[in-house]
Design a protein around this ligand. Structure first.
Ligand code: SF4
Length: 534
């Protein structure tokens, strides 16, 4: 960790010495004190003034774990009185929460921060930060290539971000005031903060939820890290070793969410179904994960329970049994396959065979009628021959997944696979990716079309992203359904005849509700229908 002392220029700035004295300590209780920090002055008597509390912007790359981490950071800043904005151009603090799983994700975040350099010149007081996996993997090296970056915070330190932002906002405000003739000082690395250290107990710090009005679904982080060391994966480096929260902590977070209107929670972990295996004992032959599912299932008012992402080796009999007997568990399992070739699975260090995977799919489908199964597949792993790829393709055709994420293998530094011989040409990866997506899309279309004419339960999440006059939500099998606001509510609407009302006038009555929808058509990856109200 490296953070500098307060700017030498500070001279009697209101509240600043208080910030420095308590750096890295508390939380929202200091919001009142922060509200008093509206201006800072320096020896040259220039003054930089915040008319209101600073504004922040967070952009999230990558998975649901990252989304959840960003929510936690947003919560901690909001609790101190900062205001969240939707565009970086309005922000005093710009944070990129990064992903390192593939090179493209790295490059996107680096490119974005590079472009923000222009904003740094125009608005020298703005604080720029990298958070998360790429920050963890690249650490202080990020400051060298992008000198306007002030903050680099790794995956075990999200709970420290608000303290660091407090410090940097104060320092940069002072230094922006002297910027006209000391511009170079803004790039001074001594004023940057880098914290990528490990911290015991950090898995329990992702626990505060900032809910939107009528938010129906929420992610709950139950563990961090992974000890599996699949040869293609950088997660064990970026997220560290497996660490789990206690069942009590998780249940109390879920209870709080439900009391605030949430109806569906998704338990998150890198290998979620191996939750607690190092910390907690089996009881009655049930793994800690199954014990957790049972405890969360008991929460009154919770309607649906999901989990992601599991590892196939974590599906033992107790979990299959839980799928068959816990009705709140939604009928969807995301089950990463990665490859259909046993040779490639072995090279990936995935401890199952394609035959065992097929058998697992059969057991899951038998445990719960109509359950949807989705997957992740990597094509072009080192040494993948035409025959290996063919085995993957055949398996995908055989299983008929509801959907699949197909990735081209992307070498990540410091992973064993990056140094393996027989790396596959990008053009071949591209062809296999394209070909496999066609197979996946075929089964996806077929499964969606079979639902036309049926009635499904949808948890309404809010307006559709592509058409704000429509609502959207998910079925229990995780299919996206788009539907208009209720026809019965339209009858009392004076704007009938002038098109559908805008969401926010009528449709919001359904947001957060379980709605029965009759499916009328399937298109792409979505279903379209009409809500049936009694
Ligand atoms: S189990 Fe998942 S997170 Fe863990 S190393 Fe393998 S791919 Fe990465």
């Amino acid at each position: 960790m490296n953070y500098a002392t307060l700017c030498d220029f500070v001279n009697g700035a209101e509240g600043i010495s208080d910030i420095e004295g308590k750096a890295a300590s508390g939380s929202g209780e200091r919001a009142g004190k922060r509200a008093s920090i509206k201006f800072v002055s320096c020896l040259c008597q220039r003054v930089y003034c915040f008319a209101s509390m600073p504004k922040f912007f967070i952009k999230t790359y990558g998975c649901q774990m990252n989304e959840r981490d960003s929510e936690q950071v947003a919560h901690s800043l909001l609790a101190r009185g900062y205001e969240q904005v939707a565009h970086e151009s309005e922000a005093d603090v710009v944070l990129l929460n990064t992903c390192s799983v593939r090179d493209m994700a790295d490059q996107k975040a680096l490119g974005k921060m590079g472009m923000l350099g222009r904003l740094a010149k125009e608005r020298p007081h703005v604080v720029f930060g990298f958070l998360g996996c790429m920050a963890q993997a690249r650490s202080a090296s990020l400051l060298k290539d992008l000198p306007h970056v002030d903050l680099v915070v790794g995956t075990q330190k999200f709970h420290r971000v608000a303290d660091y932002v407090d410090q940097l906002v104060a320092k940069k405000a002072v230094r922006a005031a002297v910027a006209p003739y000391q511009k170079r000082a803004l790039d001074d690395l001594r004023f940057s903060i880098v914290d990528v250290a490990e911290e015991a107990g950090s898995q329990s710090t992702i626990r505060d939820q900032q809910l939107r009005p009528r938010q129906a679904t929420a992610f709950v982080s139950i563990m961090q890290g992974c000890n599996m060391h699949c040869t293609f994966c950088i997660v064990p480096q970026t997220r560290g070793a497996e660490r789990s929260r206690s069942i009590n902590e998780i249940v109390s977070e879920v209870r709080d969410l439900v009391s605030r209107g949430v109806k569906e929670v998704t338990l998150l972990g890198q290998i979620v179904n191996l939750y607690g295996r190092h910390e907690f004992p089996k009881i009655d032959n049930k793994s800690p994960f199954v014990q957790l599912l049972e405890a969360v299932h008991e929460v009154q008012g919770l309607e649906r329970l999901r989990f992601t992402s599991p590892h196939p080796i974590g599906f033992r009999d107790d979990l299959i049994d839980a799928i068959s007997r816990l009705p709140k568990l939604a009928e969807h399992v995301h089950l990463p396959l990665q490859s259909g070739s046993n040779k490639i699975l072995k090279a990936m260090h995935r401890a199952y065979t394609s035959e065992k995977y097929v058998d697992l799919v059969r057991r899951i489908r038998r445990a719960r009628h109509g359950i949807a199964i989705t997957t992740d597949i990597i094509v072009g792993f080192p040494g993948e021959t035409k025959g290996d790829y063919r085995q993957t393709r055949d398996l995908v055709e055989q299983i008929q997944f509801d959907n699949a994420f197909v990735f081209r293998y992307s070498p990540r530094g410091d992973t064993p696979a990056a140094g393996m011989p027989e790396q596959i040409d990008e053009h071949v990866k591209e062809q296999r990716n394209h070909d496999l997506l066609e197979v996946v899309n075929k089964s996806n279309r077929w499964i969606l079309e079979r639902l036309v004419g049926s009635q499904v339960e949808v948890l309404c999440e809010g307006p559709s992203k592509t058409n704000r006059a429509r609502l959207t939500g998910r079925t229990r099998t995780n299919k996206i359904v788009v539907f208009p606001p209720s026809p019965s509510r339209l009858r009392g609407n004076t704007s009938v005849g002038q098109g559908l009302p805008r969401t926010g006038e009528f449709g919001d009555e359904l947001v957060g509700d379980l709605v029965n929808v009759r499916i009328e058509r399937a298109n792409g990856f979505s279903l379209y229908g009409t809500p049936l109200l009694e």
